[in-house]
Design a protein around this ligand. Structure first.
Ligand code: ADP
Ligand code: MG
Length: 235
């Protein structure tokens, strides 16, 4: 049987002053699947994330979580309901340790469970001595793992990842891929904005191509990415 979408955008429009950043986006994010968004810089991908997470208020349209209209709920309430995210610009607390950063995620999340913190640290390979280090000064790859662990520590139902592979080397991308596939296999709904099209091809069940605030193509990665034509150059 077909699994129902958990998070849905309906006819989302977003503006910054006079500028239209989202021009009627419809999107479903489904449990157990990786949904990917690709598209050039300025397409509106991050703005879509902000509208889904509650950090930008859409001009029109609706956001639904499990059929409930959450369009007007603030970001922290959405986090409690199980929508977790990472940021394109890393957003860890520099003076807190790795473990403390991850604990913040549990406190803000859907459940506050010390065991979930330990699971998240271990899943991201952060349960060794690095857990006690301050986040400031850690390499980008480690900080991306801290961010992901923080998002996971609250046991989210939906995970929104904005360019999770940015700044990672190939070994780190392979490790990230394994973690994200495991999360999807566990039933988490993943929405990933990513420039690395090889990663998208490997990871995604469905790909949406955004351009100028609209979704212009959708489908399985083999079909959609091939029709993009230029796999290189599209970054
Ligand atoms: P993407 O993530 O696909 O690169 P964004 O959602 O960040 O795209 O941006 C979409 C468009 O909205 C771009 O033209 C960008 O310049 C503009 N934009 C994004 N954030 C702001 C902002 N805070 N104020 C004004 N314009 C913005
Ligand atoms: Mg962006």
């Amino acid at each position: 049987p077909r699994v129902s979408p958990l998070l849905t955008a309906r006819a989302l429009h977003a503006r910054y002053d006079g500028f239209t950043a989202l021009d009627g986006v419809d999107l479903d994010v489904t449990p157990g699947q990786v949904t990917a968004i690709v598209g050039p810089n300025g397409a509106g991908k991050s703005t879509l994330f902000h509208c889904l997470a509650g950090t930008h208020r859409p001009a029109r349209g609706r956001v639904l979580l499990g059929g409930r209209d959450i369009t007007r709920l603030p970001a922290h309430t959405r986090t409690r309901l199980g929508i977790a995210r990472t940021f394109q610009q890393l957003a860890v607390f520099p003076t807190l340790t790795v473990a403390e950063n991850v604990r913040v995620g549990a406190e803000q999340g859907r459940v506050t469970d010390p065991a979930a913190v330990e699971r998240a640290l271990s899943l991201l390979g952060l349960d060794g001595p690095v857990r006690a280090l301050p986040a400031a000064g850690l390499p980008t790859g480690t900080l991306r793992r801290v961010e992901l662990a923080r998002a996971l520590a609250g046991a989210p139902r939906v995970l929104l990842l904005d360019e999770p592979a940015a700044g990672l080397d190939t070994t780190e991308v392979a490790a990230l891929t394994r973690v994200l596939k495991a999360l999807a296999a566990d039933g988490t709904a993943l929405l990933v904005v990513e420039h690395d099209l090889d990663l998208v091809a490997d990871l995604a069940d469905v790909v949406h191509v955004m351009t100028a605030g609209r979704v212009v193509a959708s489908g399985p990665p083999a079909r959609v990415l091939d029709s993009l034509g230029a796999r290189e150059g599209h970054s």
